[in-house]
Design a protein around this ligand. Structure first.
Ligand code: NAG
Ligand code: NAG
Ligand code: NAG
Ligand code: NAG
Ligand code: NAG
Length: 341
């Protein structure tokens, strides 16, 4: 009897040690916040092959809103063999993300096999790039649009360093992008910087970073973003208007038709939150940019509403849909639903 008790006690002890070990390794983020079975390497080893999909969060926020979660999850689903890297500013300060219950989206994303969360350390990122001198001289607290400007800068440096595809956190992936070096047109002769992809160390991005510093003016909206991409594209290519829905090619760069990412243009952004007679097929698109900055009124995705965006979530980011999207009553009573308590 006593022996049996001893035995079962030691089994319990062993089991709880294992559990504690998993818990502590999961929540100590030295390089990336990953369960132990995921790669322990830093961004260099993991992203260096130029095949990664990159997202950036320049605010300190640690809990991504549902749309961000959907963007990252949908990319992980469309590119199952490629690393999806989410660089978060908040991770560079606090090395201990709080437990699941308070950060359901953070936990949901870190549990996806090919999603990797990295701290965004701009000092480190901008070293060896033209952005470094600008970054060390700027008074970030005096910059009015710092979250946007620093995001514009970071995406250039990350894709220049590692290669891969950058996407804004309001872009839902629906099929793979079959391009290596590309910019996405928002309209004829005008490039966005919400999605772009390059092989590592591409000179186009290096020149973008030089131009960023030379023409820096954060008071002009988009000057370091879409306007910069468009300026540089004009230097590299003779831009023509798009014909039908085909892409433009110049040197080794593709300039993708607005239909690829912007089938619904920004004045029309509310269409995503409406119920359609038949949902559009988006056959000519690789991903959908939801224009979240237009959504100042904070429209949310509501379970059971049958809006276009609800159906997109259900199909392209099912985990986010299941765990983070509430029915109309959830919006009134609070943020946590049954799936994430
Ligand atoms: C945290 O959430 C993830 C995904 O929802 C789950 O796989 C994991 O077991 C949870 N961890 C704890 C300690 O509850
Ligand atoms: C960021 O990187 C720089 C240069 O590598 C390093 O000195 C600094 O400690 C890092 N900051 C944080 C918060 O990790
Ligand atoms: C940076 O800007 C803030 C806000 O405008 C100001 O209070 C602070 O003195 C500035 N710091 C330096 C070093 O100029
Ligand atoms: C693309 O073309 C540019 C200009 O001709 C060149 O500098 C760059 O190395 C090329 N990149 C690749 C990956 O071929
Ligand atoms: C879009 O794709 C679907 C399924 O692949 C197909 O049935 C439909 O005809 C296509 N629509 C257009 C406009 O090409």
């Amino acid at each position: 009897m006593l022996k049996e008790l001893q035995l079962s006690l030691s089994v319990i002890l062993l089991l709880s040690c294992g559990f504690l070990y998993r818990l502590t390794t999961k929540f100590s983020c030295h390089f990336s916040c990953l369960p132990p079975y995921k790669s322990q390497q830093g961004p260099e080893g993991l992203l260096g092959k130029g095949r990664s999909i990159v997202f950036i969060e320049t605010s300190e926020r640690m809990e991504p809103p549902p749309l961000v979660s959907c963007a990252v999850e949908s990319a992980a689903k469309i590119y199952p063999e490629q690393p999806v890297a989410f660089f978060m500013k908040g991770l560079s300060n606090s090395m201990q993300p709080p437990p699941n219950s308070t950060y359901p989206a953070f936990s949901l994303l870190s549990a996806i096999d090919n999603v990797f969360l990295f701290p965004l350390n701009m000092t480190k990122l901008f070293e060896d790039t033209p952005l470094f001198s600008w970054y060390t001289q700027i008074n970030t607290s005096a910059e009015r649009n710092w979250l946007h400007v620093s995001s514009d800068a970071s995406r250039l440096a990350i894709i220049w360093k590692y290669g891969g595809i950058y996407m804004d956190t309001d872009v839902i992936s629906i099929r793979p992008i079959p391009e290596e070096n590309f910019l996405a047109a928002q309209s004829s002769q005008y490039s966005s910087n919400g999605v772009f992809g390059f092989l590592p160390r591409h000179s186009f991005l290096w020149e973008c970073m030089e131009n960023f510093v030379e023409h820096y003016n954060s008071d002009i909206w988009g000057n370091q973003g879409p306007n910069l991409m468009t300026r540089m594209l004009r230097v590299w290519c003779k831009l023509k208007d798009f014909q039908e829905v085909s892409d433009l090619k110049c040197l080794n760069l593709s300039f993708l038709h607005p239909q690829r990412f912007y089938p619904i243009s920004y004045p029309e952004w509310k269409r995503y939150y409406e119920v359609w007679d038949t949902d559009p097929s988006f056959n000519d698109s690789y991903a959908l940019h939801l224009w979240n900055y237009m959504n100042q009124e904070g429209r949310a995705v509501v379970r059971g509403s049958n809006t276009l965006v609800e159906n997109l979530y259900r199909q392209h980011c099912p985990r986010t849909y299941r765990h983070l999207i509430q029915g109309p009553e959830g919006l009134v009573t609070g943020k946590l639903g049954p799936g994430n308590r």
